[in-house]
Design a protein around this ligand. Sequence first.
Ligand SMILES: [Zn+2]
Length: 365
Amino acid sequence: METCVFKYRAETSPPFFFSLLSILNMGLEGVEPSALIRGFLAECGGYAVVDGGFATELERHGQDLNDPLWSAKCLISSPQLVRRVHLDYLEAGANVIMSASYQATIQGFEAKGLATEEAETLIKRSVDIACEARQIYLQRCAKGCWDFPHGDKTTQRPVLVAASVGSYGAYLADGSEYSGNYGDLVTLETLKDFHRRRVQILASSGADLIAFETIPNKLEAKAYAELLEEENINIPAWFSFNSKDGINVVSGDSIAECAYIADSCDRVVAVGINCTPPRLIHGLILSIKKVTNKPVVIYPNSGETYNAEAKQWEKSEGKTGEDFVSYVGKWRDAGASLFGGCCRTTPNTIRAISRVLFDKASLDN
Ligand SMILES: [Zn+2]
């Protein structure tokens, strides 16, 4: 297996690349996958920073993503902007950037008239673009062009590229991404067949891990876990669920049962929550910690609610926008290890999270 970060080793040679990434380069055979993420977290200083909202950041840059492909539309129309947004998150302090493949599906591209081969190339391209951004970023760091938001400027910050996988509901673009209700006709096999090819492509794309994001129900978590085993996927994965009530995932399935599915799969190295209001995160971390010792990843949305009729985001109760960063210390104390943002969070959110985690002064406050 080739991880695209590995080729930077000769140029940069930070200790990180000899430890974690040399293991990653060997694949998962013979290595306890959780050791990979723990090594990565140790290299990061105990906690890692994940990037922020990707699609909504493309929108902030003027893109109209009112399209079934959502952010994946920009893989065709604005690949430079995709790279730029990755770079903005790296510059803001992210240790993990997620590819623009969330809603990039073979079925979705084919519905736009693309050939299967073109669709597959675009999915792989999403990871290539993220890897290019990382290369540019690391080269700029090596030249000392950019200041690190934290830490020793002579040390390379570890950066992983995660290949994003959105749910079947995200592809349907019919609201089921946030209801988790696929109806009785959708079975475990339907979901595995839907995701299989994209997961295969992403597993051999050069990404360091697969981020299964915004998982709305137990069935889809089970489908991912079985796919990882059946296809012998040899890069690690994380499972991240979404919730509307802080108790269950959006379908009503219990977060404990969902987290247990993730815990039972050796290839899953972190479990968590994304695209969920910040005020619900604390309780969810505690519930997840009860069923797994795997690191917990959380990247809430800004706390605003999308009004589908008015086609706009509206303020809701609790802290929203940059204010939610004040919760980060509490989430860390509850046991989370990876922190970022989802929809409507920005590079400023990520910069602020990075400051809270790594700035000694703010930790003591
Ligand atoms: Zn989101």
